[in-house]
Design a protein around this ligand. Structure first.
Ligand code: SF4
Length: 293
C-alpha cells in the first residue's frame, strides 16, 4: 500500500478504491511504516484507550486542586449535583461533560492523561468515546477502531498545521481534538468514510479562530472548561453528518483555512498570555497571586 497519505482527499480515495474504513488504512499504514504488525499497532492503541479510562475514573473521584488553586473541583461539583438531579439532556450528556472535566482536571493535577492531540485538549475525545461506548456497550474492538480513526484525522491535519496553541491558537488544540472526537464518534456510530470526514470538517470549521490566551500561562483557564464544551460540540457535528448534512467546504480546505487563520492570528493570542482572558483584570490578579509581581 502507498503509505504517502497527506491529504483527506488521498485518504478518501484510497478508502474507496480498497473498500476499506479509515482505521483499516491507518493501522495498515502504521504497521508498514513501523515495520510491525497490525496487531501490535492495535495493542499500542489499546494502551492509550486503557489510560484514557483510568484518567476518567481517577478524575471522577478526585477534588484535589491544581497547584495554582485555579481548577480541580468542577467535575466534583457536577457529580454532586447529578446525585440529586439529572442533566437536562440525559445521562449521556451528563457523562460526556463530567468525563471531559475529569480528564482535564487529571491533567492539571499532573496525573496521567493521553494527549489527544495535546494535554490541554486531552478530555475531549476520551469523554465522548468512552461515555458513548459505556452507554451503548460498544466492544473494545469498536472503541479501538474509533480511536485509530481519530488518530488518522489528527495526523493528517498535523501535516499542514503544527498542533500547538503557540503556532495556530486553540483551534489547533481543542479545535482539532473536537474534529478527532467527531471522527471517533462517527466511526463508532457506523458512519461512512464520507460522513466521518464531514463530521470532522463540521467540528473544525466552527472553531476556526479560537484563540489561546491562558491565564497566568497555565493550561487551566480557559482550557479545563473548554474541554466539555468542545466534546459536546463534536457530538453535534456527528448528529449532522449522520443525517447527511455536509460541510460545504471540504475538510482539506477547512484545514488550509485553519492554517491561514493561525498565521494571521496575533502572537499575543497564541499562548503568550499577553492578551485576551490572560490580561483581563481578574486574569492578571490571578497571575499575581500565583507568581507574585
Ligand atoms: S487555550 Fe491554549 S493552552 Fe489552553 S487548551 Fe487551548 S491551546 Fe492549549
Amino acid at each position: 500500500m502507498d503509505t504517502n497519505i497527506n491529504t483527506f482527499e488521498q485518504l478518501y480515495d484510497i478508502c474507496l478504491s480498497l473498500n476499506k474504513k479509515i482505521y483499516e488504512i491507518a493501522q495498515e499504514k502504521m504497521a508498514q511504516e513501523a515495520d510491525t504488525t497490525v496487531e501490535q499497532v492495535r495493542a499500542f492503541a489499546n494502551r492509550s484507550l486503557f489510560a484514557m479510562k483510568e484518567a476518567i475514573d481517577s478524575g471522577m473521584q478526585s477534588k484535589e486542586l491544581s497547584l495554582s488553586g485555579m481548577c480541580g473541583q468542577d467535575c466534583y461539583k457536577m457529580h454532586r449535583r447529578y446525585e440529586k438531579e439529572s442533566a437536562m439532556f440525559g445521562d449521556l450528556f451528563q457523562n460526556i461533560v463530567m468525563y471531559a472535566l475529569a480528564t482535564s482536571e487529571e491533567n492539571i493535577r499532573m496525573g496521567t492523561i493521553v494527549a489527544c492531540p495535546t494535554a490541554g485538549s486531552c478530555g475531549i475525545l476520551p469523554s465522548v468515546l468512552i461515555a458513548v461506548s459505556r452507554k451503548y456497550n460498544y466492544s473494545e474492538k469498536d472503541q479501538l477502531d474509533a480511536l485509530i480513526t481519530a488518530g488518522e484525522i489528527g495526523r493528517i491535519i498535523s501535516v499542514k498545521v503544527a498542533l500547538a496553541g503557540a503556532v495556530a491558537g486553540c483551534q489547533a488544540e481543542c479545535g482539532v481534538a473536537s474534529a478527532m472526537s467527531a471522527a471517533a464518534l462517527c466511526q463508532l456510530r457506523g458512519g461512512t468514510v464520507s460522513q466521518i470526514l464531514n463530521a470532522s470538517a463540521l467540528a473544525l470549521k466552527n472553531l476556526l479562530g479560537l484563540s489561546c490566551d491562558p491565564v497566568a500561562g497555565l493550561v487551566e483557564v480557559p482550557c479545563v472548561k473548554r474541554n466539555p464544551f468542545l466534546a459536546v460540540h463534536s457530538v453535534t457535528a456527528v448528529e449532522l453528518a449522520l443525517s447527511g448534512v455536509e460541510s460545504k467546504i471540504p475538510i482539506d480546505e477547512v484545514v488550509d483555512a485553519m492554517a491561514q487563520t493561525g498565521a494571521l492570528m496575533s502572537p499575543m493570542l497564541k499562548e503568550s498570555s499577553k492578551a485576551g482572558l490572560a490580561t483581563t483584570k481578574t486574569g492578571l490578579a490571578i497571575k499575581n497571586r500565583v507568581f507574585g509581581n
